[in-house]
Design a protein around this ligand. Structure first.
Ligand code: ADP
Ligand code: MG
Length: 338
């Protein structure tokens, strides 16, 4: 299950996941491109409802019944397109090659089973370990994620752990088979700041150890600044800007990225907090052209006519008709057009 020369482990191309409902077709994820690289963390950011979680669920094909991954979507991993695999083949990949963790640890845990047995479960299922061997390895893993007195704690039930400790258990379980890819959907959002930092540091350390490619979904740009290498900014079902974090945060290309940065006090405490005016359009009727046009302080006539292609140099790209990058020292979101 090798990676390519540039370390690409998983590549999402033109991912479209639509909800077919009585009220119409909701094009919630509508043309997402992402590249995950070995040992690197890609932060996926964007306002609530932009399609971040659905993107991750689509990669693992864990979407609910009304959601359909559309023809032409590709999720390339290990020389295969996951979109076209059978359910049985996908089941062999989930938890072994690609794992997922969530904001709420109990999503992944069973309240009536001891945590050691739950961490051991993927080892038995995917790697065929015997009960004794898997239990031993589970204790090692619990120790690795920083659970003290791991051997005794393995016999405890989930309710005997704090939220932060439970998230560590979940990480041990997700990384048990040393997956190539970890999808983490707001894994620290429910935790207080100190615990959040500990968990992010832990993830970083384990990622280095296993050379895992991580997709870290968050609405917190501070988290991205702290623990991601690259960032992809989602708006209305698409990625509108992507690149190395330092580059995107210091010179964002897309007005939406700039607006998002302006809403984040921790990154630049001198700038006033600027909420983004307006709302995301209805995914049943995306506008022609740029979906951010209605809210964009720099909108031009062309923006309402044609969707801008992703363009840029090297790994830093943005979908915007404006020709240049704007240094963030410009502060807020006005002053761009003309
Ligand atoms: P994020 O994680 O970025 O907050 P999600 O991926 O959870 O966003 O949601 C993407 C979009 O899909 C949202 O706008 C949401 O309203 C829509 N959505 C989710 N479930 C359904 C559904 N069953 N029918 C129609 N739309 C849905
Ligand atoms: Mg979400």
């Amino acid at each position: 299950m090798g990676s390519t020369a540039d370390g690409t482990v998983l590549r999402v191309t033109d991912l479209r996941t639509y909800f077919h409902t009585g009220q119409g077709i909701f094009r919630a994820v509508d043309g997402v491109d992402l590249t995950l690289r070995s040992g690197r963390t890609l932060g996926l950011v964007g306002e609530s409802g932009s399609g971040k979680s659905l993107t991750a669920f689509s990669i693992l094909r864990l979407t609910d019944r009304s959601a359909r991954i559309q023809e032409g979507s590709r999720v390339e991993f290990g020389g295969r397109d996951l979109v076209s695999l059978s359910e049985k083949e996908m089941a062999a990949i989930r938890g072994r090659d690609i794992s997922m963790i969530f904001q709420e640890p109990m999503t992944a845990l069973n309240p009536v089973h001891r945590v050691g047995a739950q961490v051991a479960e993927p080892l038995r299922r995917h790697l065929g370990m015997r009960r004794r061997e898997a239990a031993e390895r589970a204790v090692e893993l619990l120790d690795l994620v920083g659970i003290r007195d791991a051997r005794a704690r393995a016999r405890d039930y989930p309710h005997q752990f704090s939220g932060g400790m439970l998230q560590r258990v979940v990480i041990a379980m997700a990384l048990a088979c040393e997956p190539r890819v970890l999808l983490a959907d707001e894994p620290t959002t429910a935790l207080d700041v100190t615990i959040q930092e500990q968990i992010l540091t832990l993830l970083r350390r384990l990622q280095d150890r296993f050379a895992t490619a991580v997709l870290l979904i968050t609405h917190d740009l501070g988290v991205v600044a702290q623990s991601c290498d690259d960032v992809a900014v989602m708006y209305a079902g698409r990625v509108v800007e992507t690149g190395p974090v330092a580059r995107v945060f210091s010179a964002p290309r897309h007005p939406y990225t700039r607006a998002l940065l302006a809403t984040t006090p921790t990154l630049d405490s001198s700038a006033p907090l600027v909420p983004i005016p307006g709302t995301v359009p209805d995914s049943r009727h995306w506008p022609v052209g740029c979906r951010f046009a209605e809210r964009c302080p720099s909108v031009m006539p062309r923006c309402r006519q044609e969707y801008p292609p992703m363009e840029g140099s090297g790994t830093a790209r943005a979908a915007c008709w404006l020709p240049v990058a704007f240094p963030r020292s410009a502060g807020t979101v006005e002053t761009v057009a003309s």
